[in-house]
Design a protein around this ligand. Structure first.
Ligand SMILES: [Ca+2]
Ligand SMILES: [Ca+2]
Ligand SMILES: [Ca+2]
Length: 1059
């Protein structure tokens, strides 16, 4: 069984033609051209924003040139200004550029969640991302340069995500990892120097010196001046960091996204092997100054170019064209657009010149002119050229205008107008209807950056309506766009019913339409709104010629469940469809939307297709939705596939609102069309913030041995105008993919299980437990046959020589179905002692193939140890005998305020990486001159004011709930169980601290503290009451408090500076 070792690793690294972003950016002679930076129409006009964009790009051009080792800079950048900004003589018309397709967008989130720049990136390693998002505040507020670094370097960091598909080298969730008997900050390169420190309220101390393991609030503070120049994907906030990690500097053990997604390859290794750099050599560029072009967005100018050839009369196509294009004209095209219509067969006919869409009458008039008769041949170029003629009607030009080209036929001459199309500067969206539409059609959309749709003749799939409904404006103004809530169809037997529910949520409701189509006889239609109001046939606008009924909902549609019941009154079976569209309820609150994408729009078997659906409200991801893709295949039944946001298989990041899945069930060559339906259930769906692919926020840096804190990140305002999501429905077509080279007959198994990216290992008690998510027989679908797990004490052995590493006995391990959680306890006997680090990796097999090697997980055991020497503290040799420690704080001149002594017990913690267990503490207070005694019950500490005339009072309101007062004065003992949690806001919540008060205002004072059998503890002075409720609050070394930390072996004076 386990002798099968066919490595088929390259299958998921795809030829990425158009990936998720169809940008026109090109690298020509070392210069990037046609980079588009677009400003959202919601941003008020501000010339300073343009200045700042130019400054950023200039800086980025230099930075990029250096980082790519003289291989690339920004040569040609277009700044796309919104229609809401006033016109200037030097502004040009955009051609194929739009806000929707821009590489960088400047936009404000509707709810304040900070100014983290980020890239919407959800492909695999090396795949392009969607866009870079900067907020207006990020662009204008120079104080943020200290937080994120120079804007130009931030742009290069994000550009690497967007253009080259590399990932972050820091990890907010796993900031440290074990390395021998200590731990390292997750970073690249490992040569990056800095201090690990735990800071609260500006006070810094060692990161839990009692255990050698980092606390939750431990941070890595890099040195301001670095010995290494790598890496940009770790941070852009340090002046000397100007390079990517390459094979020499890469830290492949760091548990970050780059290693996980790119098989532990360095960022430069990935970047330098991409198409951009394959035939590109370092060159001396005299001027790295980018050329800026200003483009001014305009309202849509669009021409429908519709096939009326003879074949359009079969399968009712000409009638379906009128239905679907009618929905486009009545409901989808935005107000203030200009629309014309051209029909073509062997020749083209201008049906109507451009008309301004400013009234319902204008819409209805255009709809009435849609072609009704089909005859003749197919001359696509004649249609396109007539379309250009119509588009010139407003301004003599075609750039920035759009054509919607629908055809069902073949045309040997389609390539004759390719060069004219390229020259036109217009965008052509293509709709291929039926199985025989010309194979060259999609070249017109791909060469102009248009949308690529296809529809079959299966009426119940409603594909033609979905294609026209997807043709919304790409200008970034979401409140204008029509949003499709429902698209469904069914073949209904005579007198049977077609029932369903559409949830209209509060983010939409304006301009809501229910549209029902049928084939033969008008059905009985019943629509109940959430208040029980019933709409019947008499409420609909009926079109008995086009067999369409349309119900406009006046005003704002009630939010909630709208139920429809449609009865087929015809004497025979007929197909009935329903489409519901709406618009944003409030122009200031973005609606919930879904964007559906394919990783490529042409694919040759056996490259799998990846389907992505991005569900969001504004820029906030929506998680918890049920997302289903329906794939219509060239020659067979449609396949439904649930898309998942679980960070496994095709899905890069868990809970980022991007739902993804591989599609492998190919059946024949031809166009595959993909539609995505999203259901959100009230109480299950929620909004979240983006967590990946953003520039790192550095908490601070180290200069001359001192930690300098950066300003805190702006707080997240969750009380904004945020509306509850509630239940919702959305539908969106993901377009079409042209599939080739599918072998005839039943396909043999070509797809291996997908790479396991989430293997985790942990020492639990005396054993090691492994966890991961099951891949499938075919990538992330089906069930794999078996697993092979190996272990090693060497990371390098597992990575480079997996076959020869020690096998783990997996006889009892049977794979579960894809996406299931797997867990396995390693039965091999291993000596687990301090400093043990064991690495694990896993492969899944399907009987024919093996998956790629998983991420490499580590199980580490680090017990209490002195803090590493890189702590931000000086280590002073002890001056007292071990174990029983008495310190005299005699050198602190207290000059401010009432002195508060804080006693902080740091309990011994035995740590096996994942489990922290509090152990009972034994104290023995045996010094003769102490005024106070230990409680007989056990662990305790007491504080003594040694100046006889000044009593020390412990403030038990401040004590951690595991500290109990002794009956005999100011002493505390540690108890195992907390009495209750969060019952008093005054209590320290995470550290075993208690405040003691001593009424000193000025003078030289000392106190004695007696402890025993506590491995480490701290005593100090707070000038103000230090905050309790903030997790980790404790004594530090700044204006609020001073502390002496102590361990059995040493005193530690945290970063003391004279006051
Ligand atoms: Ca024009
Ligand atoms: Ca995801
Ligand atoms: Ca397989």
């Amino acid at each position: 069984m386990k002798s099968v070792k066919i490595f088929l690793l390259s299958i998921v690294s795809l030829v990425c033609i158009c990936a998720v972003s169809c940008s026109d950016v090109k690298l020509v002679n070392n210069g990037y051209e046609n980079v588009v930076i677009a400003i959202n129409p919601g941003i008020p006009e501000d010339p300073m924003l343009i200045t700042k964009i130019q400054e950023m790009v200039r800086s980025a051009s230099n930075f990029l040139y250096k980082a790519t080792k003289h291989r690339a800079y920004f040569r040609d950048v277009k700044i796309l200004l919104p229609i809401t900004w006033s016109s200037q003589p030097h502004y040009q018309r955009p051609s194929t550029q739009s806000y929707e397709k821009a590489n960088v967008i400047i936009a404000n989130p509707h709810t304040q969640y900070g100014d983290d720049p980020y890239t919407l990136q959800y492909g695999q390693c090396g795949d392009k991302g969607r866009y870079i998002h900067f907020t207006q505040n990020f662009m204008l507020d120079d104080a943020l340069i200290q937080v994120y670094g120079d804007r130009g370097s931030v742009l290069v960091h994000e550009w690497a995500h967007l253009r080259w598909g590399v990932f972050d080298e820091y990890n907010d969730l796993v900031p440290f990892y074990a390395d021998g008997d200590t731990y390292e900050a997750t970073r690249c390169s490992k040569e990056m120097k800095g201090l690990k420190a735990s800071c609260t309220g500006g006070t810094c101390g060692a990161c839990d010196p009692s255990t050698g393991l980092p606390e939750a609030d431990c941070n890595f503070f890099p040195d301001q001046n670095q010995v290494t120049s790598s890496s940009i994907m770790y941070t852009t906030g340090l002046p000397g960091v100007v390079d990517f990690c390459d094979n020499k500097t890469h830290n492949r053990e760091a548990p970050n996204m780059q290693n996980k997604m790119c098989n532990e390859r360095s960022t430069w290794d990935v970047i330098s092997k991409l198409d951009d750099f394959k035939n590109n050599h370092p060159t001396n560029i005299a001027s790295l100054e980018p050329k800026f072009t200003f483009l001014h967005a305009k309202d849509r100018v669009l021409c429908l170019v519709l096939d009326t050839s003879g074949s359009m009369s079969v399968e009712n196509r000409i009638q379906r064209l009128q239905q679907a294009a009618g929905i486009f004209l009545l409901q989808i095209i935005e107000d203030q657009s200009h629309v014309g219509i051209v029909g073509f067969d062997s020749y083209a006919t201008v049906i109507h010149e451009l008309t301004l869409i400013e009234s319902e009458d204008a819409r209805k008039k255009l709809k009435s002119l849609l072609p009704k008769i089909a005859s003749g041949g197919t001359n696509i170029c004649a249609g396109v050229q007539a379309g250009f003629q119509v588009l010139r009607g407003d301004d003599g030009a075609t750039n920035g205008d759009e054509i919607v080209l629908l055809t069902d036929g073949e045309d040997g001459g389609i390539s004759s107008c390719f060069s004219e199309v390229k020259q036109s500067g217009a965008v052509i969206h293509t709709i291929a209807l039926g199985p025989n539409a010309d194979a060259g059609l999609e070249q017109l959309s791909s060469m102009t950056g248009g949308l690529q749709y296809a529809a079959t003749d299966k009426l119940d799939e409603n594909g033609l309506v979905d294609a026209f409904t997807g043709l919304v404006s790409g200008n970034g103004n979401m409140s204008q766009q029509s949003i499709q809530l429902e698209s469904s169809g069914k073949s209904i037997a005579s007198n049977d019913w077609f029932n369903g529910t559409v949830f209209i949520d509060k983010s939409v409701g304006k301009n809501t339409f229910f549209v029902i189509t049928w084939e033969i006889d008008t059905p009985q239609m019943f629509i109940h709104n959430p208040n029980g109001k019933l709409y019947r046939n008499g409420n609909f606008e009926m079109d008995t010629v086009l067999l369409t009924a349309r119900l406009p909902i006046l005003g704002l549609a009630h939010s909630g469940a709208w139920m429809y019941s449609i009865q087929n009154g015809a004497g025979t079976t007929q197909i009935v469809t329903i489409t519901v569209t709406s618009r944003a309820a409030d122009e200031n609150i973005p609606p919930v939307t879904v964007n559906a994408h394919l990783n490529q729009d042409t694919t040759s078997f056996p490259n799998p297709l990846i389907i992505f659906a991005e569900v969001s409200q504004g820029f906030l991801p929506v998680v918890g939705a049920k997302v289903t893709a329906t794939v219509e295949r060239a020659g067979g039944q449609p396949v439904n596939l649930e898309l998942l946001d679980n960070g496994r298989g095709a899905d890069a990041v868990r809970n980022d609102g991007v739902y993804s899945r591989y599609f492998t069930e190919f059946l024949g060559n031809g166009r595959y069309t993909i539609k995505v339906s999203v259901q959100g259930k009230d109480g299950i769906v929620r909004l979240t913030t983006r967590k990946q692919s953003h520039a790192m926020y550095i908490p601070g840096y180290v200069q001359n041995g001192q930690i300098h804190h950066n300003p805190p990140k702006p707080p997240v305002d969750r009380n904004d105008s945020q509306i509850q999501l509630g239940s919702f429905n959305r539908v969106k077509t993901a377009g079409a993919c042209i599939v080739s080279q599918v072998p005839p007959g039943t396909p043999f198994d070509v797809f291996p299980p997908s790479k396991i990216k989430d293997l985790q290992a942990a020492i639990v008690g005396d054993a090691i437990q492994l966890k991961w998510t099951a891949p499938g027989d075919d990538l992330d679908q089906g069930t794999a046959s078996f697993y092979e797990i190996k272990l090693s004490k060497s990371f390098a052995q597992l990575r480079d020589d997996f076959p020869n590493a020690q096998s783990v006995n997996t006889t009892d391990l049977k794979p579960k179905v894809a996406s299931s959680e797997e867990s396995f306890t390693v039965s091999e006997n291993m000596e687990l002692k301090n400093g043990t680090v064991i690495y694990f990796a896993i492969q899944a097999f399907d009987g024919n193939h093996s998956s790629a090697l998983s991420n490499i997980a580590q199980a580490a055991l680090i017990l209490a140890s002195p803090p590493p020497t890189s702590q931000p503290v000086q280590t002073i040799e002890p001056t007292q005998p071990h174990n029983t420690v008495v310190i005299n704080i005699s050198e602190i001149l207290v000059i401010v305020g009432i002195v508060v002594i804080v006693v902080s017990l740091i309990i011994s913690i035995t740590v096996c990486v994942v489990t922290k267990k509090h152990q009972a503490v034994q104290l023995d207070m045996n010094s003769a001159h102490l005024q106070l005694k230990i409680s007989r019950k056990g662990p305790a500490v007491e504080v003594i004011e040694a100046e006889q005339n000044q009593a020390v009072q412990l403030d038990m309101n401040s004590a951690h709930l595991q500290l109990k007062t002794s009956r005999k004065g100011p002493a505390v003992e540690v108890i195992e169980a907390e009495q209750s949690k969060w019952c008093n806001a005054e209590h320290f919540s995470t550290l075993l601290n208690v405040l003691a008060t001593a009424g000193s205002i000025t003078g030289l004072h000392y106190w004695e503290v007696n402890v025993k059998d506590i491995p480490s503890w701290a005593v100090g002075i707070a000038y103000l009451r230090i905050p309790h409720m903030i997790p980790g609050s404790k004594l530090g070394s700044e204006e609020n408090s001073r502390a002496f930390l102590a361990q059995k072996e040493a005193f530690i004076v945290p970063n003391m500076t004279p006051r």
